[in-house]
Design a protein around this ligand. Structure first.
Ligand SMILES: [Zn+2]
Length: 465
């Protein structure tokens, strides 16, 4: 039977991965595992979004054998897709994810246990990652929005069918296709944009002192006449996403700048900070919004001078978490000189304009894009601050959860799942347990016993408790 041949190859791949550390051969074995299944013809799926093609794939899946057995393959499919993404093989990743999405959404509908639904959510997140990384995907945000919409619909269907059985922890994390950060924490009454009446009180104080901040900003530009006279960015400011000035942090941010654009920053508080560059501004910030300063120092945000050269477009994307909000204090905003050219920011479905000396507040976990088509540079003071609807006593726990989720994601990429669905082995692989005999830990300590098909520590101790 085809499924049992697949499972045999799966075990062989695990032996190659854990015992021989021959990762390329392991991936070959898993590719072979998938070749025993009668998948639909890939040519049917040209020019279709991941979501639509996955729904199509469900029609073509041959579930003649035992559907439950076939669904056992979905953790392996998800892992294999991650390998392809690591190797930047986007076409293979897309095909694999389409199948995985078809299987896991089907499974979530059949069987609403936490495991099945969690696998479906993880698959949706991997699909989003795939479209965002694939350079041939021209509008990844459109596909990402559709994927989240699909996840929400599957979830709603489940809730209707099994009314009352689904706990909040078990449902999809998303409730709005516009809001899809890497880590989404349940926060009440979230909004994409916050009007002036809902600004924190320190916003007024910063607005009153904006002239002092602007003077310091101008001095940092090193140019007579200040920023107003520039169309390009100051060359001595680091580019966002260069990864150098922030100790590697924010390295991903630069990839959202459309070709030809130029986005630079000076960090006042946060990783790679230099508050002495702007002594007056940093003192003012410490006095008026200590919350934002402390968030930056805990690694949950940053306060920066941010400049966007003429002709820059920051493509639609979502921030990494919803634990914080973002404020922009307008410092240098180019005038609407000709042909109604645009200098504005879109958050969800709303376009906002900056004003010098005025603050706008938005949630960057919602899809947003920024555009400066005008002839001079745009400069703002950007601050992240704790989401006001997140209870103070939950801040530390929530930030820790966000960091843990990120490291779990990374560890999962190097921990191939087992057909025996051995949860104890996965705990070891994910650095969450140690050998009781030699205290080795992590996936590199794992060996497969090929006779009994069980996992052992490198020292011979069985991994089952
Ligand atoms: Zn051991």
């Amino acid at each position: 039977m085809e499924i049992s041949q697949s499972i045999g190859c799966w075990w062989r791949g695990l032996q190659l991965w854990y015992n021989d550390q021959d990762y390329m051969q392991a991936i070959d074995a898993w590719e072979e595992a998938m070749s025993f299944i009668s998948w639909a013809n890939d040519e049917l799926f040209v020019d279709m979004s991941l979501k639509n093609s996955a729904i199509q794939e469900r029609k073509y899946l041959t579930l003649d054998g035992d559907a439950a057995l076939l669904s056992e393959l979905s953790p392996l499919l998800l892992f294999l897709a991650g390998c392809y993404l690591d190797a930047q093989e986007y076409q293979k990743a897309r095909v694999t994810l389409r199948r995985c999405l078809a299987l896991t959404s089907f499974d979530a509908e059949r069987d609403s246990t936490t495991n099945k639904r969690d696998l479906f959510h993880r698959t949706v997140r991997e699909c989003i990652f795939c479209v965002e990384e694939d350079p041939e995907c021209l509008e990844p945000w459109v596909e990402a929005r559709e994927l989240v919409q699909y996840a929400i619909e599957v979830n709603q269907q489940l809730e209707q069918e099994r009314l009352g059985e689904i706990s909040e922890a078990n449902s999809v994390p998303w409730s709005d296709p516009w809001q899809r950060p890497g880590f989404l924490y349940p926060i009440k009454n979230q909004d994409s944009v916050y009007d002036r009446l809902r600004h924190p009180s320190w916003c007024r104080l910063l607005e009153e002192k904006w002239g002092d901040i602007r003077n310091e900003f101008d001095r940092l530009i090193h140019r007579p006449g200040g920023a107003r006279t520039l169309s390009t960015s100051p060359r001595h400011w680091p580019a966002v996403g260069s990864g150098e000035h922030r100790g590697g942090a924010g390295a991903h941010d630069g990839s959202v700048v459309a070709p030809g654009g130029d986005w630079r920053e000076v960090v006042i508080f946060g990783s790679g900070e230099n508050p002495r560059l702007a002594p007056c501004t940093s003192e003012l910030l410490e006095q008026t919004c200590p919350d934002a300063v402390s968030l930056a120092r805990q690694g949950g945000g940053e306060i920066v001078f941010s400049v966007l050269a003429s002709g820059t477009h920051i493509r639609p994307h979502c921030g990494s978490t919803n634990l914080r909000l973002t404020a922009h204090l307008g410092l240098v905003i180019p005038e609407n000189d000709e042909d109604h050219k645009r200098c504005s920011i879109r958050v969800a479905d709303q376009w906002l304009d900056w004003e010098e000396g005025k603050i706008i507040v938005f949630d960057d976990s919602f899809e947003h894009e920024v555009i400066n088509e005008r002839s001079t540079l745009r400069g703002v003071l950007l601050l992240r601050f704790w989401h006001p609807n997140l209870p103070k006593e939950e801040r530390g726990i929530a930030l820790q959860k966000a960091l843990d989720a990120k490291s779990d994601d990374e560890l999962q990429r190097y921990s191939p799942p087992s057909p025996s669905n051995d949860g104890v082995m996965m705990l070891r692989a994910m650095e969450k347990s140690r050998c009781i005999s030699c205290s080795r830990h992590g996936y590199s300590s794992i060996r497969l016993n090929t006779r009994s098909l069980t996992f052992e520590c490198q020292c011979g101790q069985s991994i089952d408790s």
